[in-house]
Design a protein around this ligand. Structure first.
Ligand code: IPD
Ligand code: CA
Ligand code: CA
Length: 263
């Protein structure tokens, strides 16, 4: 797809931050066996990646606002546009040397996400979308949600938020209702990739609670542009405010929502 100038800026920034994170990821693999472990090292890697993204994105668009996981919010000279960034989504995987993590960058305009990039450097998979332009993987692969209509064949993703004190009972209820009716549930630990995988037809749907805008923003538009229905867990469009999401193709969404919303 021939992307806009903003999309090209986002892709370039993601690749640059990825180079730094990949170098650090190799080091993390060595640090597993050290007495102190890779904890501090990873938080430094995370902060360094956000600094690279900030430099690239605000460098190219200095009047936009900023919302990133690792730094303070900035209201831009143009208050209608802001970058929403998670420099490292899937931190626990990264920390444990597991190659399933991503850089997530979204552009919001007047409260609506209009472009999103989710880059998985370990697999060199660049997922991206712009409003009305479809969702894409790497140079030319158009993404569509899976065509599966049958709950019994569907595989869903979910996440249990860090700590999970408040949501664990609800999650266990969800699982006890959904798992007997579907083909499987995965918890892979990177919300942005869960959404991108729904877009790519790998997962048939996804739900999670207690998320932040930077976990969701880029993945949301990628999933929507690939044909997924995406709502807040309890219904409606207030995904960021509720911090929750429920997403699937049109055929499976009503069934998934019924099972989970009644749980
Ligand atoms: C986390 C991941 C995970 C989700 C957590 C998020 P982080 O983000 O997206 O899949 O279950 O709730 O906080 O901490 O790795 O950026
Ligand atoms: Ca995250
Ligand atoms: Ca993060």
């Amino acid at each position: 797809m021939q992307g806009s100038a903003n999309l090209n800026i986002m892709i370039k920034a993601a690749r640059k931050a990825a180079r730094s994170l990949v170098k650090d990821f190799r080091e993390v693999e060595n640090l597993q066996v050290s007495a102190k472990g890779p904890g501090d090292f990873v938080s430094k890697a995370d902060i360094a990646a956000e600094a690279i993204l900030k430099e690239e994105l605000l460098g190219a668009r200095p009047n936009y606002g900023w919302m990133g996981e690792e730094s303070d919010e900035i209201v831009g000279e143009d208050p209608t546009r802001r970058w929403i960034v998670d420099p490292l989504d899937g931190t626990t995987n990264f920390l444990h040397g597991m190659p399933h993590w991503a850089i997530s960058i979204a552009l919001e305009h007047k409260g609506e996400v209009v472009a999103g990039v989710v880059y998985d450097p370990a697999k060199d998979e660049m997922f991206y979308a712009e409003k009305g332009q479809g969702a894409w993987l790497n140079d030319s692969q158009r993404l569509r949600v899976a065509a599966r209509r049958n709950m019994a064949e569907a595989v869903f993703a979910t996440g249990v938020p860090f700590g999970a004190k408040n949501t664990l009972p609800a999650m266990l209820r969800d699982l006890s209702r959904l798992m007997p009716q579907c083909a499987g549930v995965r918890r892979w630990g990177a919300a942005s990739l869960d959404l991108a995988y729904v877009a790519a037809g790998r997962f048939d749907g996804y739900w999670e609670r207690e998320l932040q805008p930077w976990d969701l923003a880029a993945g949301l538009i990628i999933a929507r542009e690939a044909g997924a229905l995406v709502e807040a867990f309890r219904g409606g469009p207030e995904i960021f405010d509720s911090g929750s999401v429920l997403c699937a193709n049109e055929a499976l969404f009503p069934g998934l929502a019924k099972i989970l919303r009644e749980a």
